[in-house]
Design a binder for this molecule. Structure first.
Ligand code: ADP
Ligand code: FDM
Length: 212
């Protein structure tokens, strides 16, 4: 019998919502329970494309807005063969940001519509579950100051949050809103419950294509 596929699980949310903390905890919990899992994050700053993106985010270089949007998308597409291979081998992928961040961040800039922003990512592997870690700007502020990177400004982050709300209306994506204001352990419990369900469902379903 063919091996049951792993699930593609994505965590999204505003800055400091706890995505990185929770991706790590989910990955470790899955490993402990004997479920093969790996962590990924976008942008993946290690590749040639990722290094261009990283320099842009660190304000070390400037890129035209459409260009950088397409680079973020290319940075996902370059990982697709590896992602598909891992999923087919039965490994669950826990992913810190995906195409939804891509669309929310670029469409928060003037002159960009949601549809244009989505188009380069149409056909990417469809996540089995996208958890949106919901946190108000005031609660996020209690978790520390913004860093030095390009998008770390409160007005822009509010515009991004609004774009995420628009994206979450799309029923073709399996969104799950998580209350990220809870303790780290309580958020983890919620995430674990939804992830185990997604892993069970994904086993018997073919991998679909995003926004197609
Ligand atoms: P993100 O990846 O979404 O930007 P991080 O996981 O890096 O967020 O967390 C941002 C900061 O908030 C870190 O200092 C982290 O320790 C803290 N943090 C994460 N989750 C919680 C939580 N549930 N309650 C309080 N602080 C948290
Ligand atoms: N970001 C992330 C985008 O603008 N587009 C994308 O496609 C992705 C995946 O890059 F400000 C933004 C979101 C955030 C920054 O920061 C990446 P982290 O700290 O590496 O997640």
């Amino acid at each position: 019998m063919a091996c049951k596929r792993g699930a593609l699980i994505v965590l999204e949310g505003v800055d400091r919502a706890g995505k990185t903390t929770q991706c790590k905890k989910l990955f470790e919990a899955l490993q402990r329970s004997g479920k093969p899992a790996e962590m990924m994050r976008f942008p993946d700053r290690t590749t040639t494309i990722g290094k261009l993106i990283s320099a842009y985010l660190e304000n070390k270089s400037d890129l035209e807005d459409h260009t950088v949007h397409l680079l973020f998308s290319a940075n996902r597409w370059e990982m697709v063969p590896l992602m598909k291979k891992k999923l087919e081998q039965g490994t669950t992928l826990v992913v810190d940001r995906y195409a939804f961040s891509g669309v929310a961040f670029t469409s928060a800039k003037p002159g960009f519509c949601l549809d244009w922003c989505k188009s380069p990512d149409v056909g990417l592997p469809q996540p089995d579950l996208v958890m949106f870690l919901q946190l108000s700007p005031s609660e996020a502020a209690l978790r520390g100051q913004f860093g030095e990177e390009r998008y770390e400004k409160s007005d822009f982050q509010r515009a991004v949050q609004n774009k995420f709300q628009q994206l979450m209306k799309d029923r073709s994506v399996h969104w799950q809103v998580i209350d990220a204001s809870q303790s780290v352990e309580d958020v983890h419990k919620d995430i674990m419950t939804h992830s185990l369900n997604a892993i069970n469902c994904a086993q018997n379903q073919a991998l679909a294509e995003l926004w197609k």
